[in-house]
Design a protein around this ligand. Structure first.
Ligand code: ATP
Ligand code: MG
Length: 589
């Protein structure tokens, strides 16, 4: 199906985007310049993430500027200026120091989106400890697996989560010396401390130790969409990517009010829910609650959000509802919407344009890349369905692995693996305790991402699928994303997940799992209609031969459809690691 490009008139955009001339910006770009702009000399305390995100603003003209606004479920709002964040993170850094937690020690945080999480991350970076967030909906075993692998020395959590999920694990985590409870006023016992009590007892001044840009700052576990989550390590230097993507992709300007809906349990919620907006000195909105369409539209309106970063799952949920937001809510402050995490169907890009008055800008990256690598920019034409063009400073190519080398596929419109030339600042520095796995990600001059893409003649990249998900049917390679996207254009379909089901004749048979929109009856007539619809538009080789209706598709807690689970269930195979599986049917409106 042909989706016409969405043309832009850069001169008509206010404020003028930071990136207008893409080719020129790429030609002049150097990471050394970004380093000089942010710091001056490698190896000084200046390249510490927390220094750049907080201290340099707190010690300058942005001291009183609203850095973080926290919205509680009961209507409470708590504001923190850059100076407030500086003091709170200093206290946390002093507390770690006092507890004997130092450089390279891992500080885990297992909380909902509460202010303490943000102080802990920033304070851990000041102390040169390694911060590792855990999504609060994880069960005890998922938490144990990660804390054990990550040698947790400190854990920040709340009394509910501690009692429900951690207390019983402590014997199995002998290295976990300190638990800090964010919501109790008194210490519980030796080693289970009151975070507010301990914070109050230490100084709000802290002298940042010299930070080597290569010092490890973050341990991030991947989403577990394709298998056991991997622990990716990131260095302080990653902040250069956060800063430059904050400017060129999200397009932060001084007065912006930014809302990233991702939870800090995932990489997006740290790189863009904390670091990038603060480094760029804008106001960052944190909502403590989960997805709720009306609440979300209300937040966009009442907080006067100017830049919104969300996910395809959230967009699809909004698309399902019969709400015309512009008739109910005043969203005129909004000037850009961005999305990441899964393929964004062309339909969703246009829904943004038609229903919210702004197209949705898709961008691509992964835990391992630490920041946005390929994006649709405000001033550039959008090609719906394309993830956009590489960030200036990023060399992306379509490659084919041949033994230990990577052959570049120069031809356009030919599918291959997305390769990135190593050297960008936020590239992961390793997989925790899995050196071999890390080494295997590299071939020749490239880091191989595991995602299949093609590039068009103008340098736009198009997502084809995950290398593991590609379906081989009767000699054809079929992208589940292509089939899902088409199904999504049918008025009855809310969501679709497509897999290859082993078949003696075809190798694999294309099977689609479909969740229908509210008020639609999923019956044989609709099944036939959908098969006919896809056959007509994709051709019989690609169209699904089987369609199964489901009330909900299995998603992980990061909101991604877990095709590997659909497939394992279909084949009656073991489900593998399901620590990140969201409770099915837990999709709040
Ligand atoms: P795991 O590696 O454990 O299987 P995961 O790959 O889902 O989990 P993340 O690092 O959170 O973990 O997700 C990155 C992946 O998400 C990318 O490699 C890609 O497959 C997918 N993705 C992210 N953004 C996009 C996008 N804009 N378009 C298509 N796919 C995307
Ligand atoms: Mg991955």
């Amino acid at each position: 199906m042909h989706w016409p490009p969405i043309k832009k008139i850069p001169e008509a955009l206010t404020p003028q985007p930071h990136l207008v001339d893409y080719d020129q910006t790429c030609a002049n770009f150097s990471w050394e310049d970004v380093l000089r702009e942010l710091d001056g000399s490698e190896g000084s305390a200046g390249l510490n993430i927390a220094h750049l995100a907080v201290d340099r603003h707190a010690d300058g003209p942005l001291s009183a500027h609203l850095a973080l606004r926290w919205l509680g479920g009961d209507g409470t709002t708590i504001d923190f200026s850059y100076r407030d964040l500086q003091e709170e993170s200093n206290r946390f850094a002093n507390l770690l120091d006092q507890l004997g937690v130092g450089k390279g020690d891992t500080v885990f945080c297992f909380t909902d989106r509460i202010p303490a999480l943000y102080f802990a991350a920033l304070g851990a970076w000041k102390n040169l400890s390694v911060f590792c967030p855990l999504f609060s909906a994880f069960g005890p075993e998922a938490v144990y697996q990660r804390m054990q692998r990550g040698d947790a020395k400190v854990l920040v959590t709340t009394s509910r989560l501690y009692q429900q999920k951690i207390a019983a694990l402590r014997k199995r985590l002998p290295k976990l010396a300190h638990v800090l409870l964010a919501d109790v006023a008194e210490d519980l016992q030796e080693g289970v401390w009151s975070l507010p009590g301990q914070m109050a007892a230490v100084s709000s001044s802290f002298t940042l130790p010299p930070t080597d840009p290569e010092d490890i700052a973050l341990l991030h576990f991947t989403s577990g969409t394709t298998g056991m989550p991997k622990g990716a390590l990131h260095a302080h230097k990653a902040v250069l990517t956060h800063y430059i993507t904050g400017r060129y992709v999200l397009d932060f300007h001084g007065d912006d009010i930014f809302w990233c809906t991702a939870d800090p349990g995932w990489v997006t919620g740290i790189s863009y829910g904390i670091i990038a907006p603060l480094v760029c000195g804008v106001t960052n909105i944190i909502d403590a609650e989960e997805f709720d369409a009306e609440r979300w539209y209300n937040i966009l309106e009442s907080e006067k959000v100017t830049i919104w970063y969300t996910s395809p799952t959230a967009v699809r949920r909004l698309m399902c509802l019969d709400i015309k937001p512009l008739e109910i809510f005043d969203l005129h402050h909004l000037r850009a919407i961005h999305s990441v995490g899964e393929p964004l169907n062309p339909e969703a890009v246009l829904w943004g344009q038609n229903v919210l008055g702004l197209p949705i800008h898709d961008n691509w990256w992964q835990t391992e890349t630490g920041g946005i690598m390929i994006a649709n920019y405000l001033a550039l034409e959008i090609r719906p369905g394309s993830m956009g063009r590489p960030l200036p400073g990023i060399e992306a190519a379509v490659v084919r692995r041949v033994d230990d080398s990577a052959e570049i596929i120069e031809d356009v419109e030919v599918q291959g693996e997305l390769g990135l030339r190593p050297g960008w600042p936020s590239m992961f520095r390793g997989y925790l305790h899995e050196e071999d796995r890390y080494t295997k990600c590299f071939a020749g001059d490239y880091y191989l991402t595991g995602d299949l893409v093609r590039r068009d003649a103008d340098g736009y990249f198009w997502f084809v699928g995950r290398a593991d998900d590609i379906i081989k049917t009767a000699g054809h390679l079929v992208s589940p994303f292509e089939v899902e996207s088409l199904l999504m254009t049918h008025p009855a379909v809310a969501e679709a997940g497509v897999i290859g089901k082993p078949n003696a004749m075809l190798g694999e048979l294309v099977k689609a799992f479909v969740a229908v929109k509210p008020d639609i009856t999923a019956d044989d007539q609709l099944r036939l209609e959908l098969i006919g619809f896809t056959r007509r538009l994709l051709g019989p080789a690609i169209a699904p031969r089987e369609i199964e209706f489901k009330a909900h598709l299995p998603k992980n807690k990061a909101g991604k459809i877990m095709r590997r689970l659909l497939k394992a269930r279909e084949m009656g195979l073991p489900l593998g690691d399901i620590s990140t599986l969201e409770l099915e049917g837990n999709n709040k409106k």
